[in-house]
Design a protein around this ligand. Sequence first.
Ligand code: UD1
Length: 443
Amino acid sequence: MRNFVATGEKPTDGSEVICNDCENGQKLYISGGNKLNGEIELQGAKNSVLPIIAATVLMKSQVVLKGCPKLSDSFGACRILTHLGAKCAREGDTIIIDASGISVDEIPASLMKKMRSSIIFLGAVLGRLGTCRVSMPGGCEIGERPIDMHVHALEAMGVDIKTQNGIMVCDAPSGVTGAQVTLYFPSVGATENIILAAVLADGTTEIKGAAKEPEIVDLANFLIAAGAKISGAGSDKIVIHGVQTLHEVEYRVMPDRIAAATYLAAAAATRGSIVLRNASFGDLGLICDVFKQTGCKLYAYDNIVAINAESKNLAAPDEIRTGPFPAFPTDAQPIMLAYSVTLPGTTVFYETVFENRFMHVPELRKLGADVKLFDNKTAVVTGKKRMSGAALDSPDLRGGAALVIGALAADGNSTVSNLQHIDRGYENFAENLRKLGGNVYRK
Ligand code: UD1
C-alpha cells in the first residue's frame, strides 16, 4: 500500500498551474506574430478527469488514475475527495486515490463554489452513503446552468430532495433505486450524475436522451473497468445495472479534445504547423472538419494529430452552430471564433447551448477584430488581415484561451489577465505555447 500524503495543495513541482484560491494577479505577456511550429504532449481531459475523480467516491479499493492534468479544477476535485474522508496523492500525472474511508456526506459551499462541476459529486456521494448535503452550485459566467434534470432524475431514483437555506438536503433512506429517466436535453452533467448514482443502486437504471460526449464514454469505461455494468455509453440510451461493489482499478484518462482544439486553432491563427502527441483524432469530430473547411491540412497517426496552416488560401467557414455531441462543441466556439477573425470572409456563429457565451467578443474587438453580436446568440465575424496587441481580460475559461489565440495572431504586445479562469482548464499553457515558438510569458 502506498504512503498517502495530503492533497489539494498547490503544485510544488514548478508547474505553472495555481489553485483558484491562490490566484495572484499574474498576467500572460504575449508578443504576437510568431508562427507556431513544433510538437507538444497534449494533457488529459479536464471534463473527463473531474467526473472520474467524483466516481472514485463509489470505490472502497485503490484507484490509480493516469494522465490527470494539473489544473485548479482537478486540485479542487481532490480537495472535495479529501474533505469527504478519502486519501489521495499525486505523482506526476498520476493521482492515487483511496476512498475506503469516506464517511462525510456534506460538501461545504466553500468547496462547491470553486467549480461548477462539483455538482457531479452529488450522485456519487448518494450512491455511496445514501445521503448528501450540498450547497446549490449556482450560475456561472457562461450561463444560468440550472440543475433541474439532475434533481428530477435523482428523485425518480428514490432520493428525497429538499432545499433549506440554499443547501440541498438529499436522502435515500432505503438506498438509491434504479429507474427509467428521460432527459429533455442531453445534459452532460445530468447524465454523469445519474450514472454515478446508478452504479451501486438497487436495480436497473435506463437513461433516455443521454448525452453522447466522448467524456461520458470515458467515465463509463472507467467504471466498467472497476466492475460496473453499463452499456450504451456514447448513444442516447444508457443502461446501468446496479452492482454490489466496485474493485481496484488503474485507468488512463482520455486526451483533452478542447485543449487539442485550442492548440490547433493557435497554430492555424498564426499560419503555423504543429504536432500534438497523445491526441485523439476521432474524438475531435467536427472540430477537424471545420479546420479542413478553412483550408488547413490535418494529419492523424496513432495518437498523433498534426495541423498545417501554411497555405496562402485559407478562408473563413460559412457557419458554425454549437450543440450537444456530435454537433460542434460549445467549448470550442470561442476558440474557433478567435481563429476565424484572422480568416478572409465571413463566418456566422450560432451558440445554442449556453446563453452567455460570447464574452470574449468585446475583448477580441480590442485587438481590432470585426465581430457583430445579435441577442448574445449569434456572432457574425468578418475576418481581418492584421490586428494589433491590447490589454485583455479573460472572461471565462475558453473565452480566456480565445484571447490568447487572438493575441498570438495580432501584431505587437498584448496582456491577458484573470488567469484563474485559464488555470481551470489548461496545464502549463504559457510553457506549451513557448515550446511551439510563441512569445508567451507569465508573470
Ligand atoms: C459540461 C462541460 C462543459 C460543457 C457542457 C456542454 C464538464 C465539467 N463541463 O457542462 O465544459 O460546456 O457540458 O457540453 O463536463 N441544463 C438544464 N438543466 C439541467 C442541466 C443542464 O437546463 O438540469 C442546460 C444548461 O443550462 C445548458 C445545457 O443544458 O444550457 C447543457 O448543459 P450541460 O450539458 O449540463 O453542461 P454541464 O454538464 O454543466
